[in-house]
Design a protein around this ligand. Structure first.
Ligand code: SAH
Length: 349
């Protein structure tokens, strides 16, 4: 089966021609796909064409298997079904400025961060660009009921985006295709645990996405306690790659920092972090840790977060505390998927 979702408008036209159809049909198919419509609904195509396309191609590779909405803030967690029976998660967040969708880029992850539930069973496989776009299309179908659409994207679901580089780049290009979903790359953030060579590659792509880096520590000794990737690249190498990204794109980098009890959240840690980031065009996003029972790691008190923030602010580092969204709906990466696979989630789609 050919997955059309991952193709550009031009590529679909070429493919349609190869199948013996006129090229203008390609444009029509592309536009239907980006509107989230499957072959059955492509009403301006002859019925026989729709039937034969169904036999050879896939238009909507992702469907929503279950979803649950937070009673606290309207954040919605979804579990997507992929064609091969695998599933990945997404989070829909409603803001004043629009609707932001958290995208998964791999089934599982092989980065092994100790606090993260996505990585507990390693990486199963990479998602294709078409599946990533399929996540957006599935959510747009869901949001249609309330006449909303995804306007912002964060690549912060399961998987390491820079460990699936080619497909992620293709996905980013698809977002801005003429006649497609048309999401501005200025509204897209990509988060990495710090795969240094790929951070340099990304800086050369000329794509205005915001780079987020999961730092979670003020130095390598602490970073190595929770992040195996820290054995491979030092924090200095990561920060140098960030400076390069800032130089090349003119965009500030965002550092994510999950506050973990007894590991990275003292005032001394904050002071060390501030010193290392001094002079950089950056922003620190403090994340209250979503405790993962399998890993025996705990978050910290509100008071500790406040004190940590104060130290950064006193040293003129721009910092915010991430809103804890969807805390009642297994908001943290990989948690809903694990519960469902393990059979402790009822599947109330
Ligand atoms: N692989 C990418 C993106 C996926 S995770 C990365 O590492 O950045 C998105 C963010 O959530 C990362 O900053 C990650 O470190 C963080 N995260 C994962 N598990 C978490 C947890 N249990 N509590 C808080 N943040 C978590």
């Amino acid at each position: 089966m050919t997955e059309l979702t991952g193709m550009t408008r031009e590529e679909i036209s070429v493919w349609m021609k190869e199948q013996g159809y006129p090229a203008f049909r390609g444009k029509q198919v592309f536009e239907w796909i980006h509107r989230g419509i499957d072959f059955d609904g492509m009403t301006n195509l002859p019925a026989v064409m729709r039937e034969s396309l169904k036999q050879t191609a896939v238009a909507q590779p992702v469907s929503i298997r279950l979803s649950r909405k937070s009673a606290l803030d309207g954040t919605e967690k979804v579990l997507y079904a992929l064609q091969d029976g695998n599933c990945v998660e997404g989070v829909i967040m409603h803001y004043k400025f629009g609707v932001s969708l958290c995208i998964s880029t791999q089934v599982g992850c092989r980065m092994g961060c100790r606090f993260c539930a996505s990585t507990l069973e390693g990486r199963i496989r990479d998602l294709t660009a078409g599946e990533m776009l399929g996540e957006v299309l599935a959510v747009n179908r869901l949001l249609q009921l309330t006449q909303q659409k995804v306007s912002h994207i964060v690549l912060m679901g399961s998987g390491e985006p820079l460990d699936n580089y080619q497909q992620v780049i293709r996905f980013l290009h698809l977002l801005r295709e003429e006649g497609g979903v048309k999401i501005s790359l200025r509204n897209v953030s990509l988060s990495t645990c710090g795969i240094v060579p790929k951070m340099y590659d990304l800086a050369e792509e000329d794509l205005p996405v915001t780079l987020c880096v999961s730092l979670h520590a003020p130095n390598d000794i602490i970073r190595r306690k929770t992040m195996p990737i820290a054995e491979r690249w030092s924090m200095e190498e990561i920060l140098e790659a960030c400076r390069n990204y800032i130089r090349k794109t003119g965009r500030r980098v965002i550092f994510e920092y999950a506050m973990t009890a007894g590991i990275n959240s003292s005032e001394a840690d904050a002071a060390e972090l501030a010193d290392r980031l001094r002079g950089m065009q950056c922003h620190v996003n403090l994340i209250p840790l979503n405790a993962v029972p399998e890993r025996n790691l705990q978050g910290v008190s509100e008071e500790s977060i406040r004190r940590f923030m104060q130290v950064l602010e006193d040293k003129h580092i721009s910092v915010t505390r991430r809103r804890e969204m969807g805390d009642d709906i297994e908001g943290a990466c990989g948690q809903l998927r694990r519960k469902t696979i393990n059979g402790t989630e009822s599947g109330d789609a």
